[in-house]
Design a protein around this ligand. Structure first.
Ligand code: IMO
Ligand code: MG
Length: 429
């Protein structure tokens, strides 16, 4: 079973890009299977520092076929800029493949994302305003335009004319906004189609072939479990499934092929955008984490909300993904902390909850119940061997494993490729 799914265990930004960059060395295929350019995957390697929004983080290895699959929504302008940026740093991008089934983000999607947020006022979701929600809405409403459609201009023009009529009615009548010009969008997207044509292929055959040869395939998750439309903090969620199950549909791989399901978690927790976050620290400790870890959004630059590790949410994440392994990132951020807290349950009124409630209204009122563990107060950023970690760090990791009922297989202690401790290999070979 050669497929390994790597998914976000929290509210996104867990360090998935760094882990994929590390694992991809031994892989043959890396697939981005959900979301769109709302994702921001930071990778620091010998080529430089990159914030990848659409291109899979395996792109730095020429032997790895990188696929943007059917489950992703693609803004072609963002993708082309990203490819230019990579090429200007000497990165070969010829091994990128785009699924003809992936849906396109159109100018009305980004525009409507912003207008809808403004209409919500104080109840805004805090989206990335990249048009992700409106694009997935259109996919399900069967009025989406797919990458493959760009390759047939007659079909594309017919689709766009009919859809734009509807979108312009919404823009002018609901939002009192100027209509968008058909011809300009048509020409712009035909041009994108020509630029992207060499990358557009039937990705299912490529995946099939790799599976038949039992070549390692990595599924690169975007966002995080708690942003899942079904299991996350609805309605403060994204619009496609970041779960391992989402990887099965988003890449077109049956669940029986999954060998490992790896959940990436920060040693603390962050959230960007609105919605409940029981362990949020709106104090000096929260600020300290933000500044030490530079917790500012890779996509929008917004300061991330920071808090203690939430083991209730973590346990839920293990369950709904069926995690086999945990990757614990940013452990070094705690290096100077005299003590560290971890949330083990919630207090709701006079009840103790040991599960992650489905209702946002309840979650907003949940008070975290903490366990306090001693800090290690030495630098871990140069440690490469698990046994060399201080006793207190072992204790923290052990407690987390116990609370989540899942083993920690890898730990990161800094942003560089080498700042990583493999406890047990996720991908051998
Ligand atoms: P990566 O892949 C963190 C959040 C947004 C907002 C909510 C809905 O880097 O982990 P959307 O634009 O998706 O409609 O916004 O989801 N969000 C993310 N937060 N990391 C991400 O991706 C995110 N992608 C979306 O901030 O709260
Ligand atoms: Mg990110």
């Amino acid at each position: 079973m050669s497929v390994i799914a790597v998914v976000g265990g929290q509210w996104g930004d867990e360090g998935k890009g760094k882990i994929i960059d590390f694992l991809a060395e031994k892989a043959k295929v890396v697939v981005r299977f959900s979301g769109g350019d709302n994702a921001g995957h930071t990778v620091i390697n010998p080529y430089g520092e990159f914030k990848l929004h659409l291109v899979p983080s395996g792109i730095f290895y020429p032997q790895v076929t990188c696929i943007i699959s059917n489950g992703v929504v693609i803004n072609p302008a963002v993708l082309l800029t990203e490819l230019d940026e990579l090429q200007s740093h000497g990165v070969d991008t010829s091994h990128l493949i785009i699924s003809e089934r992936a849906h396109l983000i159109m100018p009305y999607h980004t525009l409507l994302d912003g207008l809808e947020e403004e209409r919500r006022g104080k109840g805004a979701l805090g989206t990335t305003r990249r048009g992700i929600g409106p694009a997935f809405v259109d996919k399900v409403a069967r009025v989406g335009i797919r990458v493959g459609d760009l390759l047939n201009k007659d079909i594309f023009l017919k689709q766009l004319s009919s859809i734009l009529e509807l979108k312009n009615a919404i823009l002018t009548k609901v939002y009192q906004h100027a209509p968008l010009p058909l011809e300009e969008i048509f020409e712009q997207y035909c041009h994108y189609g020509e630029e992207l044509a060499p990358f557009i292929k039937r990705t299912s055959s490529i995946i099939d072939r790799a599976m038949a040869r039992e070549e390692p395939i990595l599924l690169e998750g975007a966002q995080g479990t708690l942003l899942d439309p079904d299991f996350g903090t609805y309605p403060y969620v994204t619009s496609s499934s970041p779960l391992a199950g989402g990887g099965s549909i988003g890449a077109g791989i049956g669940p029986m092929a999954f060998g490992r399901v790896v959940g990436v978690f920060k040693a603390y927790i962050t959230r960007v955008g609105s919605g409940p976050m029981p362990t949020e620290l709106q104090d000096k400790v929260g600020e300290l984490i933000r500044e030490k870890a530079h917790e500012y959004g890779a996509t929008t630059g917004r300061p991330r909300r920071c808090g203690w590790f939430d083991a209730v949410a973590g346990r839920f994440s293990v369950q709904v993904n069926g995690l086999s392994d945990i990757v614990l990132t940013h452990l070094d951020i705690y290096d100077k902390f005299p003590s560290i807290k971890m949330c083990t349950a919630y207090k709701f009124g006079n009840k103790i909850l040991d599960f992650f409630p489905s209702s946002t209204a309840i979650l907003e009122k949940c008070q975290p119940i903490y366990e306090e563990l001693p800090g290690w107060q030495v630098s871990t950023s140069e440690i490469c061997d698990f046994d060399q970690l201080p006793l207190e760090a072992h204790r923290y990791i052990g407690r987390l494993e116990k609370l989540l009922s899942c083993p920690v297989s890898c730990i990161t202690t800094g942003p560089r490729r080498k700042q990583l401790i493999e406890v047990r290999p996720i991908l051998s070979g």
